[in-house]
Design a binder for this molecule. Structure first.
Ligand code: ADP
Ligand code: G6P
Length: 354
């Protein structure tokens, strides 16, 4: 009945600093939706886009208005809003939400230049991932759900060292310096977006090992906003209670320092939230089923789906701890939200396109 043939694009925002696990999260999410996302076929090999049957993931670096040289000349970082074109970001996300294809620019991470645009058709689910999905209010208002990956400085540092030192040959000093150089703009423009997120995954050093700041064992918190349409927060044992649970013992194998879950209501930037926390790591991933069976509202389609997803991608970073577990659960919650949104629109076809 309408121009877009009834197709509605659900838009998800995923914000985080670079090197904080966005692409890993995207791989878990698209897997939940039933298929790995791949770069567009026959297009620019440096495209940042990933496409599956249901989902298109676009990288917001493509909306850089200043290329690498331009940023150098003007003395602004990629995190600075002045290096990004929010008008175009808004127009194109809005167009796709309305069922229209767009010619999206490509920021080439290899050359640091803006390449000729690529045609992006409106998918069922559009994920916009990057530094600023919730920065501009117009873009933010287009999001059906938003997630912020909040990696604490200690952990960010540990991950950067692991990647940039081990894999890219950078020195410890240069990694420290690059994190320090980003910090003022990160604090000013990226971090504040977490107040708008429907779900925040916060990654901190463990509290199970006193004084630990190695960033190997992690304490991960899933902060879920209350009152978000089609999103019912996950809970442990009893909704709304405050719970502390150590699952180690006869049913779950734990080596030092063990595993501790906590759950309860809290407030976050003035919003009511529920927080599920996992500190520590799993020794045996197949035993995760024991933890899964004690969680409620996880939006699985069959018993053990969380464990199955985690086992399927046990090679992804974070699979033995709360980062992988909570990314997987948020993926299932997004599938559920998507299905409810589509069902609610199907019931009200006249209003849906008003
Ligand atoms: P982004 O897309 O945000 O740049 P990636 O998903 O590519 O981030 O992850 C960047 C690097 O950070 C990985 O190669 C890995 O070294 C590290 N990393 C990401 N997620 C985790 C995790 N959950 N646990 C440990 N290391 C991680
Ligand atoms: C992208 C990333 C930024 C990174 C930048 C490098 O835009 O998203 O996180 O800082 O590239 O910019 P540079 O000016 O150092 O090439």
């Amino acid at each position: 009945a309408c121009a877009a043939g009834g197709q509605e694009t659900v838009v998800i925002g995923l914000a985080a600093d670079s090197g904080c696990g966005k692409s890993t999260f995207m791989r878990r999410l698209t897997s939940v939706f039933g298929g790995a996302a791949e770069p567009p076929k026959g297009g620019n090999p440096d495209s940042n886009t990933l496409i599956s049957d249901t989902t298109t993931v676009i990288c917001l670096d493509d909306y850089h208005s200043l290329d690498r040289t331009g940023r150098k000349e003007k003395g602004v970082t990629a995190l600075d809003p002045r290096a990004n074109d929010f008008d175009l970001m808004y127009e194109q996300v809005k167009a796709m939400k309305d069922g229209k294809a767009v010619d999206k620019p490509i920021y080439n991470h290899v050359s640091g230049l803006l390449d000729p645009p690529e045609l992006i058709k409106p998918p069922k689910i559009l994920v916009i991932e990057g530094l600023h999905p919730m920065y501009d209010q117009r873009v933010r208002d287009l999001l059906d759900f938003s997630i912020y990956l909040d990696i604490s400085n200690e952990v960010k540092f540990a991950w950067k060292i692991q990647r940039d030192m081990a894999e890219r040959g950078h020195s410890l000093e240069s990694i420290k310096a690059s994190i320090e150089a980003r910090k003022p703009d990160f604090d000013a423009y990226i971090d504040p977006q977490k107040q708008y997120a429907d779900a925040v995954i916060e990654v901190l050093p463990t509290e199970l090992i006193p004084g630990d700041n190695e960033g190997k064992v992690l304490r991960v918190r899933l902060i879920m906003k209350e009152g978000v349409k089609f999103f019912n927060p996950v809970y442990l044992f009893d909704e709304g209670s405050t719970i502390s649970w150590i699952p180690c013992g006869r049913k779950l194998t734990c080596s030092y320092p063990g595993i501790k879950f906590t759950y309860g209501p809290d407030t976050y930037y003035g919003h009511e939230v529920s927080v599920l926390e996992m500190d520590g790591q799993f020794d045996r991933l197949d035993e995760l089923i024991y933890v899964e069976s004690h969680l409620s509202n996880i939006s699985t389609k069959f018993y053990g789906e969380v464990t199955q997803q985690m086992l399927k991608h046990s090679d992804f970073p974070g699979s033995n701890n709360g980062t992988g577990l909570f990314q997987t659960i948020v993926g299932l919650k997004i599938r559920d939200l998507y299905e409810q949104l589509i069902a609610s629109k199907a019931k009200r076809p006249a209003e849906a396109k008003a």
